[in-house]
Design a binder for this molecule. Sequence first.
Ligand code: F6P
Length: 502
Amino acid sequence: MTASALSSLQSHASRLSGASIAQLLKDEPGRIERHSLKVGPLYANFARQRYDAQAWDALLELGRGLDLGAAFRRLFDGEKINSTEGRSVLHTALRGNLSQAAVAQEAHRTAAEVRQRMGALIQALETSEVTDIVSVGIGGSDLGPRLVADALRGPLPGRFRVHFISNVDGAAAQRVLAPLDPRRTAAILISKTFGTQETLLNGAIVRDWLGGSERIYAVSANPGRAAAAFDIAPERVLPMWDWVGGRYSLWSAVGFPIALAIGFDRFCQLLEGAAEFDRHALEAPLESNLAVHHGLTAVWNRNALGLASQAVMTYDQRLALLPAYLQQLVMESLGKRVKVDGSPVDGDTVPVWWGGAGTDVQHSFFQALHQGTGIVPADFIGTVHNDDPYTDNHDALLSNLLAQTEALANGQGSEDPHRAYPGGRPSTTILLDALTPQSLGALLAMYEHSVYVQSVVWGINAFDQFGVELGKQVANTLLPALRGQSRAEDPVTAELIRRLGR
Ligand code: F6P
């Protein structure tokens, strides 16, 4: 986005600064229809965002000027849009076949082959004594599998109980392993690089606890290293590739724990749901493209209204891990301050993403959302149909979702300032027909593509993450200092090490 596009959006925002959301709805016939989209199992309503028709046209114009359609084509065709690392970005090829480009075709073919191998490994495990699976990985090698396995598992354990270890804190491993029987447990070590400290240390704990590598599987883009480090037989190592970013990888063999938790067929349905959304993102015109609508709304809130945080509230307990998953997807992708060519971006990029599960969070931080000085736009996500037998609860859950979005938008006056609600707090409501593998696949693909839209608007690379490297390097130099084998140079760190008694 150029500086002049940014200032044009900001002038629309100033023009609208006094307009209430209720007024915008009153003044614009057709607003709800224009800002509601139904794509497969997803419905989204953006009518409570604080743009009017003119501002929305400016956003669409921005999207047209950037040729978002061509940008999607470059993604699906495997052009090296991860330019800082010289890589294609082909997570869409893991779940669908929407490009004739040779590189995408090859990715799609290899992905299907590996998926078949994964299916065969699952079949073999099903006929074994194994009842529990421990998945070891962190970041993109953990958050997606953890979210989907939790969201789509039934109320009772399936054939396998799947557990996750990510944090390098040994207490995490201890808690997961203590109740399990090593003779009936298998482990999957997931790491794209197989150089991640947390996963190597936790993998070693699990291998020692299992008494060897016989029931250890690995998923990695560095399969040789995985096999050698843990002495894993090659048939138990599943590959991934440098064209899949960690936070976009749950569709690959990184989803092995998902397939074990919910069944291989349902894992394939998850992929189908995402692929259907991919087709929509690639083919729908900008005006009716849900990923574009979501992405441009995020740009409006950040750049025109200057809102520095964005929340996501899940009115379905099974999606409770979605905010944590989205934090990595969105903030690791968009937390950049220079454009692809290295020049500084105009204006701000990613806000802070956070959130929680309704109705719990209504009783914690919603006070601040209703009456605090800061405005936090939020996505409210619910499911039309519940799968539990407690329909009264589902009605109550949905009435709370509806009530919160309405109250945040409209507020309520009072002569007593302590009891007044200012309103004007924007939200988007997203409804899934029901929580199924297909609808969850579509929802996650929607967020992935919205992130891509935002990255194109800001001119940044959504697919690298150099920002996480410095902390890792410093930790590597401080480990010997903590063990008394070297000295920390930074005086505060040196004092803290002294306090730690080392
Ligand atoms: O530290 C960030 C990160 O590099 C993420 O991008 C990635 O998902 C995670 O670490 C884990 O990396 P790996 O899969 O290579 O262990």
